[in-house]
Design a protein around this ligand. Sequence first.
Ligand code: NDP
Length: 446
Amino acid sequence: MSYVESVLNSVVEKNPGEPEFHQAVKEVLESLSPVFERHAKYEEQRILERITEPERVIMFRVPWVDDKGGIRVNKGYRIEFNSAIGPYKGGLRFHPSVNLGVLKFLGFEQLFKNSLTTLPMGGGKGGSDFDPKGKSNNEVMHFCQSFMTELYRHIGPVTDVPAGDIGVGGREIGYLFGQYKRLKNEFTGVLTGKALAWGGSLIRPEATGYGSVYFAQEMLAAQGQSFEGKTCLVSGSGNVSQYTVEKLLHLGAKPVSLSDSNGTIYDPDGITGEKLQWVLELKNIRRGRISEYQAKFPGSIFIAGQRPWAIPCDCAFPSATQNEINGADASELVKNGCKLISEGANMPSDPDAVNIFLDNKILYGPGKAANAGGVATSGLEMSQNAQFLSWSSEEVDAKLKNIMKSIHRNSYNTAAEYGCPGNYVVGANIAGFLKVANAMIDQGIV
Ligand code: NDP
C-alpha cells in the first residue's frame, strides 16, 4: 500500500461520519503522489499524518433568546487547522448544514489556499448550525453576541483572524466585532470583512468574485482567449456570485444565470449592470428570494428546484456551495459546449464531476486557487489594520489581480513541473502543500 493510501485509510477510520472531510483529503492527497515519489523527507517526517489532523478543534454551546422570549441553543465551532505559515485564517459559516466534518473540510482546503496566496496566513474555519434566514436583525445580533462571548478567548489579531462565509456577511461581522471589542476592550483587526468606516478594506466585498473571474481570465489568456462575448453561468446569488457577475460584465462577458436554494433564474438577454443592482438590493437589503427576478425582468425564467448546469454556456462559475455539480451535471455542461469552470465556491464539483472536467480537458480552476482572492484581500485588510492606514480601491484591486496572476502562474508551472501540464488541481495542491510542509519541517515536531 502506498503512503498516500495508508494515510487516506487512517483518516477515514479516525474521522467517522465526516464524508466532506474525507472527500477533501482524498482529492488533495491523491494529487500529491508525485511529490512523495520524488522526495522521501515528507513521508519520513510523517507530514501527511500531521497535516490532516487539525492543531486544535474548539466546540461550544451558543445559547440565545429569540424575539418571542424563547430560549434557543446552537452549536459553535472553530477549527484551528494549521499555523505553520501564519495565524489561523478562514471564514465563519452560519448555515443549518454546518457540522464538524463540513468545517474540517473547509479548514483543510483553506490551509492550501492560504499558502497559494503568497501571504503569511495559516488555515482555519468555523461557524454554527444557526440559520440567519428568516431571523430578525435583533435575533441575529443576539446570536452573534453569544457566539463571540465564547469565541473571543480563542482568537486574536496574531492568533486567529476569522472572516465571513455563507450566512456571514457585513451585518454579522459588525455584530461579532462589536462584541469582541466590548469583551476585550481592544480595537484590533481580529476579523476581516469589516465595514470601511471601522477598519475594513476597499474591494474586500468584491474580492472573491472578482478573483475567481481574474483566475479564469488567466486560464483563458494562457490559451490566447478572452471573455469577450462569452456566455457564462453563475450559481448562487450571495456575495461571491454578485461580484462574479459584476466582473464578468466589466470584461465583456454575458452572465445569464443566478440561483439560490429554491431554484435558478435564466435570463437569455443577459444580467446587465442595472439588473445586478436590483439583485444586490434584493439579496443584501430586502433579503428576498431570487425567484422574484422573473416578475421584475420579463424574458427571464425561474426554474424551480434546479441548478443552472443544463443551460448552454461557454464558462461556468459555481459560487453557491459544496457538491453543487455532480457527474451528470458535468457531462451536461461539457455536452453543451462549456469550456471553462472557475470555482467561486469551495469544493462545488464532486469527484465524478472533477474527473469529467479533467478527462475532457476543460479549463478547470479548483476553488482553492480560483476563489483565493477573498482570503488574499482579507490578508491585505490585516496589513492595512496593522499599519493603521487604508489603501485606495485601485491599489487593492491591483494587488488582488497580481495575486490571482501569481496563483495561476504558480499552479500552471507546478503542474507542468510534476508531469501534468494544464492540470490546475495537481498544480494548486502541490504548490500549496510544499510551502506548508517545508515550514512544518523547519519548525520541528509541534
Ligand atoms: P452567501 O451566504 O453570501 O451566499 C450563498 C449563496 O449560495 C446563496 O445564494 C445561497 O442560497 C446559496 N446556497 C447556500 N447553500 C446552498 C445549498 N445548500 N443549496 C443551494 N444553494 C445554496 O455566501 P458566499 O457567497 O460568501 O459563499 C458562497 C461560496 O463561496 C461558499 O462555498 C463559500 O465557502 C465560498 N467562498 C466564499 C468566500 C467569501 O469571501 N465570501 C471566500 C471563498 C470562498 P440561499 O440564500 O437560498 O441559502
